[in-house]
Design a protein around this ligand. Sequence first.
Ligand code: OXC
Length: 313
Amino acid sequence: MISTETTLAGYHFDNCFMNAAGVYCYDAAELNQVQASMAGTFVTKSATVMPRSGNPEPRYQPTRLGSINSMGLPNEGLPYYLDYVSQQQKAVPDKTYFQSITGFNIEEDEQLLAQISASDFKGVVELNLSCPNVPGKPQTGYDFEMVERILTRVFTVYHGPLGVKLPPYFDIVHFDQMAAILNQFPLAFVNSVNSIGNGLKIDVATERVVIKPKHGFGGIGGDYIKPTALANVHAFYQRLNPAIQIIGTGGIKSGQDAFEHILCGASMVQVGTALQKEGPIIFERLTRELQTSMAQKGYTKLSDFRGKLQYLD
Ligand SMILES: O=C1NC(=O)NC(C(=O)O)N1
């Protein structure tokens, strides 16, 4: 029996695949579909203090090799998602769910976590530090001092399992500096990567951009970002306390892509662009393909190869 089960934040998951925040997780209609799929669990859309309609449309476009999006954090507000997760905790109690949140300042992060503490939520919190699409708002994950201040406050007020969703980094010194910050805190996980911010997709026929917000600038996902995602997963796997696990996100559209993320150190893998294109049925194909990759190499469980990327030196 070849198993794709995993453990994260002390919880067991029958399958290591799940959605990426933002994809198939805006409302109950979408979350129900992931919940009913072969995914091991789901994460909600990043919830903000107030519900948001997000950026003007068109704000998402699939491309030949991936996607571009500038959604702008549209969401129903945290109470909506806490209520949905509470229902799922009662209906399907043997699963653990993820709640994504993002505040626009430290006070909002604290407020969101206080709301979660006051609820019957028993899952894992994913603090999104990396949305690139809110006009005028920076990707917090690129402000190292701010990340340290946020995590200091967060772990003062919240004591449940919590991880952070990071933007991609492109400099070895930044991996070193960010890992040194993250290692100070009892994080359950680090999720690398969010979309590569502020890319541009052009329609040559019309000589125009393809999304409306921000003059067409948006987060890039899909095949384009897999090498960067794998590097971020492995860089943090190499640098972080082993107690801080890695979730790998970025460019996963086949079982082999997932295999590569796990080989780099991922304990869980999230699917965004390919899920948006194929729908939750994709988790059946991805699981089967990962099991095939494992079988070809004589592996029966993820720990047989997790983090065992070989170097040439
Ligand atoms: O964190 C995010 N990453 C993205 O690529 N897009 C969404 C968004 O724009 O809401 N948020």
